[in-house]
Design a protein around this ligand. Structure first.
Ligand code: CP3
Length: 354
């Protein structure tokens, strides 16, 4: 395997100088790409695709063949962990993820345990295979859900708008929710460390639903458990630091607190001004984001203008990884994604170097 050819992404996460601002896109492998849909049809279900080493490798590489991305992200899902805990994950067509068994009564919660990592072997096999296929082209990102975001799906049984069940538990039996979160945190720590052992060169914790919590509840039920995970992660592999990115969607109000849990970088959605965010976190962390994924439905000129606006708001120097503020929409035009990636590279050069 060749040494890493493009380490711009890893350097930016550590605020080391780069020639330009690196870019990748959340959900860059997915249904907006016709070649993804073709491979997915060949694999069968979405979970079959995740468990097929060869095809999971293929779809991870697909966006890199189209766009000059500076990082690859493991093709998998955050819900592999609760699935390995025995909750029975399945995807109902057009309805998103669902669990056969939900976690609401005390007996089920008391029986919950950290899964044997052997059950997630297919994920680690995919990491090894993707690293081989990348052959040093760009770094590979591993990932997991945050304990709270995983708990949302485990308690609600699927996607939710109101989060009634998990919030009812939080306010009536906080001890039960804390038990779930503690087990999730232990499981995620072991899971991310195994991804790092297999070859992940950076890891991201997706706290997609942390933003639905109150200020006090965010600290107690989400942030604390992400801190616990980060304190248990291996931070070096292959002689390099393995940066940790924490992304809380809707977390813009809490950046100061988030900058204090030991992460190297924070992900931003599109709701905050990245220049103000930078001033608030200071030198503590790098920032990733904050392009509204729906802005890809604008014209190419509007996309370039939005890229230019975000780059100018961040300003000079390293410490910004360009990204969408959430996953790319399945109806987005791949040609527009290409406009974004190329614009980031072209327009960011004046902000780097002397
Ligand atoms: O970014 C990438 O390209 C890597 C792959 C990736 C997937 N899911 C593949 C996927 C990543 C990083 C995830 C993370 C994930 N999964 C999150 C956190 C990030 C976020 O978007 O907030 C969450 C909340 C999930 C749970 C999940 N998985 C949902 C809610 C859905 C259905 C939503 C949808 O877009 O249909 C999934 C399914 C899923 N995960 C798909 C993909 C490509 C679509 C499934 C398909 O091919 O039919």
């Amino acid at each position: 395997m060749k040494p890493l050819q493009n380490d711009t992404f890893l350097r930016a996460l550590l605020k080391q100088p780069t020639d330009y601002t690196p870019v990748w896109m959340m959900r860059q492998a997915g249904r907006y790409l016709p070649e993804y849909k073709a491979t997915r049809a060949e694999a069968g279900s979405f979970l079959d695709l995740c468990k097929n080493t060869e095809l999971a490798t293929e779809v991870t590489i697909q966006p890199l063949e189209r766009f000059a991305l500076d990082a690859a992200i493991l093709f998998s899902d955050i819900l592999t962990v609760p699935d390995a805990m025995g909750l029975g994950l399945y995807f109902a067509e057009g309805e998103g993820p669902k669990f056969e068994r939900v976690l609401r009564d005390e007996a089920a919660i008391k029986a919950l345990a950290v899964p044997d990592m052997a059950k997630l072997r297919y994920v680690f096999d995919a990491v090894v295979s993707i690293r081989q296929a990348l052959d040093g082209r760009v770094p590979l990102i591993g990932f997991s859900g945050s304990p709270f975001t995983l708990a949302c799906y485990m308690v609600e049984g699927g996607s939710s708008k109101e989060f009634r069940h998990i919030k009812a538990m939080m306010y009536s039996r906080p001890d039960l929710l804390h038990r779930i979160l503690d087990i999730n945190a232990q499981a995620v720590t072991a899971y991310l460390n195994a991804q790092i052992d297999a070859g992940a060169q950076a890891v991201q914790i997706f706290d997609t639903w942390g933003g639905v919590l109150s200020d006090a509840a965010f600290g107690e039920f989400s942030l604390n458990y992400m801190r616990q995970i980060i304190s248990g992660l291996k931070r070096e592999a292959e002689g390099r630091r393995v940066p940790v990115i924490v992304f809380t969607k809707g977390g813009g109000l809490w950046l100061e607190a988030m900058a204090d849990i030991g992460a190297d970088a924070l992900g931003l959605d599109w709701s905050c001004n990245i220049g103000q965010a930078r001033a608030r976190v200071g030198d503590k962390v790098a920032l990733q984001g904050n392009f509204d994924p729906m802005a890809l439905f604008g014209t190419p000129a509007a996309i370039e203008a939005e890229v230019a606006r975000i780059l100018a708001a961040y300003g000079h120097g390293s410490g910004h990884v360009f990204n969408l503020g959430h996953g790319i929409n399945q109806h987005a035009d791949p040609e527009h994604a290409k406009v974004l990636v190329d614009a980031v590279h072209r327009l960011s050069r004046p902000y780097h170097g002397a």
